[in-house]
Design a protein around this ligand. Sequence first.
Ligand code: SF4
Ligand code: SF4
Ligand code: SF4
Length: 294
Amino acid sequence: MVRQSDVYSRGGIITEKNSDYCTVRLRLPAGVISPAQMVGVARIAEKYGRGDVHLTTRQTMEIPHVEPKNLEAMVVELKENGTPLGAEREEVVNVVACPGNDRCRASNIDSISLAKKIDEKHFGKDMPVKIRVSISACPNSCSGEQFNEIGITGICKPIRDPGLCTGCGTCVQYCRESAVGVKNGTVQVDDGNCIVCGACVSTCPYDILTSESPAYRISVGGRRGRHPAVGKHFITVTSEDLALEVVDRLIDQVYRYAYTGKLLADQLDKMDFDVLKESLMQQLPEGSILNECI
Ligand code: SF4
Ligand code: SF4
Ligand code: SF4
C-alpha cells in the first residue's frame, strides 16, 4: 500500500497553478499503450480527475485536476492498469522513441524495443539532474533525440561493393543530400554530405551499394527549453547491446559526477566524458565502434 506521504515524495505528481489540485503523469515508455490500458486510463481519469487526459511532449499522458486526498488510491489503480506513475524530477524520465523498425520504412533500428529496455533498467532512477533519453531510428530525428540529455540515432553507412556500376542513377534518386552521384559511369559517395540515413542502400539492382549492420549514434548533453542545444556526439556503436551498455555507463557517470542545480548541458565540461569514452573504446570489442559517423 502506498502512503500519501510516499506518493508526494515521488516524481510524476505535479502541483497545478491552483495548488488545490495535482496533475498525475504516467509512465509510458515510447508512448506505447494498449487499447485496454487506454480504457483503464479513461476510467481512472473520470473517477479521480475531471475526465480529461493530456498527451505530453514526452509521449506520455497526464491526468489533470486530481485532489491530493485521492492520490494514494489512484496510484494503486494506475499500477494495476499497467500505466504506473511517471517521473518529472531529477530522475530518468519517460523514454521517448519514434516508431522505428516496428512501422517506419526509413528506420535502421528497433527504437521501441530499445526504449523499453532502457526504461526497464533506468526509469525513475534518482539522479542529480533530469535525464531525458530519446531514440530516433534514422537521422530524420522525428523524436528530436539530439535535444535530450542522451540521444540515440539509428544510422546506416553505405558501402560501395566491387562490381560493375551501370551508371543508371537509380541510387542517386534516393539521396536527399546529393551525397551519392555517378561520375564517369561509377557511383561515388561523398562522405562530407552523407548523413548515413541508409536510404540509398539496397536500391541498386546490382547490389553495388550495401551496408554493414546499422549502428547506434549516441549523443550527450542536448537540451530543449529556453536555451536549446544539440547534444555532443559521444560514441557510435554497432549493436543494441553495446548501445545499452553505453547508456548504462553514461547514466552511472552522471550519477557520480553531476551536481544538482544546473542542466547536464551546462556541466558537460566537468563530466570527464572524454575519459569515459577513452575507457569504453579500450573495453568494447574491436570493430564495435564507428567513430567516423559523427
Ligand atoms: S526518425 Fe526515421 S525511422 Fe523514426 S519515424 Fe522518423 S523517419 Fe521513421
Ligand atoms: S546514406 Fe543517405 S545521405 Fe548517405 S548517400 Fe545514402 S541516401 Fe545519401
Ligand atoms: S550503384 Fe547501382 S543503382 Fe547506383 S548508379 Fe550504379 S548501378 Fe545504378
